[in-house]
Design a protein around this ligand. Structure first.
Ligand SMILES: C[S@@+](CC[C@H](N)C(=O)[O-])C[C@H]1O[C@@H](n2cnc3c(N)ncnc32)[C@H](O)[C@@H]1O
Length: 339
């Protein structure tokens, strides 16, 4: 899945002498075995990832023991390589979380696809590094190098939490950088919530993001037993914050698709993901539509919002033998299928 090197890593492979002087803390958009490449040429890097799929892959692929979470553990590091994430806000966040682990004078590298915002590297590093140099550029990817000239302040996770109200539900949603619907409720999610009806029993919020669906359902159906899953550690952290902020409780845990989910549910509800980064992986949502029935109790339902143009009804019919359209507007449709 992550076997072929990305163009960014191919460009980095020409710079291994510079990168392998010290064990680097590597984080950001990891999509291949760059850690293995670095380890083969120098000291093994320390890998921190917010992506559970990558964490599982790297853990099983070599003995690197990556860290998965919303922030790296507070162990000092000798240098940093940030692979530019898709959201610039996430790059700011990752730098704020990682730079305090470095001593002054430590090397800091930022690499990424030219179309993925890597050109912002000098601005991103300006608060801490006097000079930021572009040291390589190839295959539409660039590498910037700097030296930490000012110690970065201790990371204060709370400073990165955004909040917005869901007035209809009397809820406050907590978000973190890069998490879906960072400053307002998604229009598709709103349509889904307006058509969810009353729920009971065991409910799974699949791809919970900031936890809006689960929190709204708990507020309306206090008796449900809610589980919230996401592949992204920042989404999981935001969901936990949303629950705590509103005095709600659920089981929140990382899962790539339904991989870590146990047992059977009365309802699986989702505004499912529909892009999977710069590389194309197997489609999470297609797999969900095919497999959901196996995770539902008899009579349990899959409830989904999707862009109206996506061919999901056919896939739901393949999985369930039927697909009901509960609601539609110009952009979105709500589908339900019962096991
Ligand atoms: C469209 S967002 C919906 C977020 C939230 N439920 C809402 O409605 O605002 C889809 C979510 O699915 C998560 N996701 C993407 N791929 C996933 C996977 N393979 N397994 C679990 N969650 C995934 C993303 O991190 C994202 O939070």
């Amino acid at each position: 899945m992550y076997e072929a090197l990305t163009p960014v890593s191919e460009m980095l492979s020409r710079n291994l002498d510079m990168l392998c002087h010290q064990p680097l803390l590597v984080c950001g958009l990891l999509e291949d075995d760059l850690p293995g490449l670095l380890a083969a040429h120098g000291p093994a890097p320390r890998v921190f990832t917010t992506d559970f799929r990558y964490f599982q892959w790297l853990s099983s692929h070599n003995d690197m023991q990556p860290e998965f979470g919303a922030a790296p553990t507070a162990t000092p590091a000798a240098g940093l390589l940030l692979l530019m994430p898709k959201a610039k806000a996430e790059a700011h966040y990752l730098l704020a979380a990682c730079l305090p682990l470095l001593p002054p004078g430590a090397p800091v590298f930022i690499a990424g696809d030219n179309k993925g915002g890597v050109k912002a590297a000098p601005k991103l590093l300006a608060p801490w590094c006097e000079q930021v140099n572009k040291v390589d550029s190839a295959r539409r990817a660039s590498l910037y190098q700097a030296v930490l000239s000012r110690p970065a302040p201790a990371f204060a996770a709370d400073d990165w939490v955004g909040r917005y109200p869901l007035e209809e539900e009397h809820l406050t949603v907590c978000t973190l950088p890069g998490v879906f619907s960072a400053d307002h409720l998604d229009a598709g999610t709103r349509l889904l919530l307006n058509n969810a009806g009353a729920l009971h029993g065991r409910v799974l919020d699949f791809g919970c993001g900031a936890g809006v669906i689960g929190a709204s359902l708990l507020k309306r159906n206090p008796g449900i037993e809610l589980e919230q899953i996401d592949i992204n550690a920042l989404a999981l952290a935001a969901s936990r914050l949303t629950l705590a902020e509103n005095g709600l409780q659920a089981k929140v845990y990382p899962s790539d698709g339904l991989g870590e989910v146990q047992g059977h549910f009365d309802c699986i509800i989702s505004n499912p993901p529909f892009h999977a980064g710069l590389k194309t992986f197997y489609d999470t949502t297609e797999t969900l539509l095919c497999d959901a029935k196996r995770y539902l109790k008899p009579g349990g339902s899959l409830l989904l919002v999707a862009n109206a143009f996506l061919p999901y009804p056919d896939l739901i019919e393949q999985g369930f033998g039927h697909c009901e359209t509960l609601a539609a507007n110009g952009r979105f449709k709500i589908y339900r299928a019962t096991a």
